[in-house]
Ligand binder design. Structure first.
Ligand SMILES: Cc1cc2nc3c(=O)[nH]c(=O)nc-3n(C[C@H](O)[C@H](O)[C@H](O)COP(=O)(O)O)c2cc1C
Length: 344
């Protein structure tokens, strides 16, 4: 049986986010497997330290896939060849990133306008991957809709599954995906199709699977500060009912665990502190007092200070010290732009 089982739930690759601490928390709560963030195929081939660092994972993190970014069949095939020794469960091609600095180089979603090139890339990946699964994460197209042709090409070249974020290359992140396309793609290929886009809760994931005939879901923004999405989803699959959302004590415990993992991964430097802050904000985004938490933590320069401030915050929260903000409004801001504290 392939990597994708019925109703799989998978953590998406997210640049600057899908690191070891985040992946560990998502696996702990039941993501079937995770992905590294995208890494440049050329960077791997050129032994760039900063690129290679992002794909190195611990054995305990298995099962995990590696996502590659690039447009040259040679570099992508060569990168896969070099990474096979890490034994990831999957090599994924990024054919969906719409960011200008990526597409202007012909990478990410830009590949979708060039089916012949996509064909060569998937073929090169397959040749190098041996027994390891190969997949493509894509949109409907970049400038024109090419998805049906591209999906068939991926299957023809031996891709083991595809992930579809059913939007065009230049659609903004606030625009809803057009889920009708999942069925259309399913009707032209026999490999599994994961659906991606706008799954912010276990309920959303179940609804997506009920409304489409996708084989599983891939979750990106919905998992930020919310690894419970995976456990609540898995609970639903086995019992057909959704458990309650986690209470503040559990969220606090997990935020501290995540903080500790970040400290071990990066140390007490700018990268570590920034990661700690954003992840904590995400854990607490659904609770009252989020803006005062942001204000009190933003300037802190030590993990220990962050921890103390967080403890105080949770005490205040439990004592009902924060007025009820409109959580929906906060959450909408988060959806529009995940660094939502910049919107103030
Ligand atoms: C901060 C951020 C970083 C992302 N980085 C990647 C990436 O490295 N590779 C990729 O294929 N998609 C990347 N994406 C896109 C997501 O994987 C996903 O396709 C998109 O966010 C839609 O899913 P969602 O609605 O569940 O967030 C990124 C998205 C976000 C918000």
């Amino acid at each position: 049986m392939g990597l994708i089982k019925k109703n799989s739930i998978v953590l998406a690759p997210m640049a600057e986010i899908s690191d070891k601490p985040f992946r560990t928390m998502c696996r702990k709560y039941g993501a079937d497997f995770t992905f590294t963030e995208m890494v440049s195929a050329r960077g791997i081939v050129n032994n760039s330290f900063n690129t290679t660092r992002k794909v190195v994972f611990a054995k305990s993190e298995q099962p995990i896939g590696i996502q590659l970014l690039g447009s040259s069949p040679f570099y992508i095939g060569e990168a896969v060849k070099r990474l096979v020794k890490l034994s990831p469960v999957d090599f994924d091609l990024n054919a969906g990133c719409p960011v200008k600095k990526v597409t202007k180089n012909g990478f990410g979603a830009a590949i979708l306008d060039n089916p012949a090139q996509l064909k060569e890339i998937v073929s090169a990946m397959k040749k190098s991957a041996g027994d390891i699964s190969v997949s493509v994460k894509m949109r409907l197209g970049f400038r024109k809709v090419t998805i049906l042709e591209n999906a068939k090409i991926c299957e023809g070249e031996g891709a083991d599954f595809i992930t579809l974020h059913p939007k065009m290359g230049n659609d903004g992140s606030e625009l809803l995906p057009d889920r009708e396309w999942i069925g259309k793609v399913k009707s032209v290929v026999n490999i599994p199709v994961l659906a991606n886009g706008f799954v912010f809760s276990a309920e959303d994931a179940v609804e997506l699977l009920n409304k489409t005939d996708a084989d599983g879901v891939m979750v990106a923004r919905g998992a930020l500060g919310n690894p419970y999405l995976f456990s609540r989803y898995n609970h639903f699959l086995s019992t057909k009912s959704f458990p309650e959302k986690p209470k503040i004590d559990q969220v606090f415990t997990d935020a501290l665990e995540h903080l500790e993992l970040i400290k071990i991964e990066y140390g007490e430097n700018l990268v570590g502190l920034n990661s700690a802050k954003k992840n904590i904000f995400w854990y607490f985004k659904r609770f009252n007092g989020i803006f005062s938490l942001i204000e009190n933590i933003m300037e802190l320069q030590k993990f220990n200070q962050i921890k103390i401030e967080l403890e105080k915050h949770v005490e205040n929260l439990k004592a009902g010290k924060f007025s009820t903000e409109s959580n929906e409004e906060v959450f909408d801001k988060f959806k529009q732009r995940i660094l939502f504290w910049n919107l103030k």
